[in-house]
Design a protein around this ligand. Structure first.
Ligand code: C5P
Length: 309
């Protein structure tokens, strides 16, 4: 792992992972603007690091470094700042403040819940920094107020998400899975992908079937079965907004991936490999195709947001 972002002892540091959706079933939009989901999340070993230290009461600052740092807002809209403020309002209004530093490797607006990982990291780091007596459940409840993916980013591992994706149940998963990620040059807006889904799928159901094929493959540790069962209802919407995605998915399949899927709302694409050697081979071959910004090899499941000091 890279050297610590901020080695000073007055900083509390958290590592938060990215996620992919192994199944993402989407229902018809609700009056709230949200869509009911039946999704299986898996945390993968691509990490942002979030460090926090005390600041004057009411002061919340953030600086961002690492990959695509220039794409992350550093004002009040930053999700880590919003998370720290929300926690402070609940547990010590007017008394608490934090300087936040984020080092990014999770793609920005890439469909891997990087912003939600930073929010989860800030919630956990600030609760330790400020010595708050929060339970994981309380942090998850606050997290859900910040974004549908934040509760899973706190929890990590493998989980079934229903409701807006924020009602979680752990999923039994045997073994470790080897993924190759194709990171895109540009971003995709999640609300825009959901709007395109609405246009393409006017008859999306209210009730969603559970993704049992994916869950059965996970419990059996069956990588080929998982590869065949991967499903993302947002993929057609993401692909009409970024037509190049279908070619990337097809190329990965032709190069031997067990399965290929757009991650969440995209544009990151995830390819499942049969083992580590196959993942190395696939990543080299995909790299040489020159179709994306970067290729990363990751494994999952890994934990969600965790302290690292
Ligand atoms: O909850 P979060 O802020 O991460 O969601 C971003 C956007 O994604 C929402 O504003 C909404 O447009 C869309 N979304 C949705 N249904 C969900 C989750 C997200 O429509 N279950």
């Amino acid at each position: 792992m890279a050297s610590p972002l901020v080695p000073e002892p007055d900083w509390v540091r958290v590592r938060a992972s990215g996620k992919i959706n192994l199944a993402l079933r989407v229902g018809g939009v609700r009056p709230s603007g949200y869509h009911p989901l039946a999704t299986v999340f898996q945390s993968v070993s691509l990490f942002d690091e979030i460090a926090v230290r005390w600041a004057a009461p009411g002061r919340f600052s953030v600086s961002v470094q690492g990959e695509q740092a220039d794409l992350v807002p550093t004002d009040e809209t930053n999700l880590a700042v919003r998370a720290a403020r929300l926690l402070a309002e609940h547990y010590g209004p007017g008394r608490l403040g934090a300087d936040i530093t984020i080092r990014k490797t999770i793609p920005v607006a890439g469909g891997m819940a990087g912003g939600s990982a930073d929010a989860a990291g800030a919630l956990l780091a600030c609760s330790v920094l400020w010595d708050l007596d929060t339970t994981p459940d309380e942090l998850r409840t606050l997290g859900a107020m910040l974004g549908a993916d934040v509760p899973f980013q706190l929890m990590g591992g493998t989980a079934l998400g229903t409701g807006r994706g924020d009602e979680l149940m752990p999923v039994l998963s045997r073994g470790s899975y080897h993924w190759v990620l194709a990171l895109s040059e540009d971003e995709l807006s999640t609300p825009e992908v959901f709007r395109r889904f609405d246009e393409l799928t006017p008859d999306a159901p209210d009730e969603l079937a559970m993704p049992t094929d994916v869950m059965n493959a996970l419990v059996a540790g069956d990588a080929p079965g998982l590869g065949a069962a991967l499903i993302n209802d947002l993929e057609p919407a993401a692909a009409t907004l970024r037509p190049g995605l279908l070619r990337i998915l097809q190329t990965g399949r032709e190069l031997g991936a067990l399965g290929a899927i757009v991650s969440g709302a995209g544009p990151t694409c995830a390819f499942l490999a049969v083992n580590e050697a196959a993942a190395v081979d696939l990543s080299v071959r995909l790299s040489s195709e020159g179709m994306c910004r970067a290729i990363r090899r990751v494994t999952g499941p890994v934990p969600g947001a965790r302290l690292i000091n």
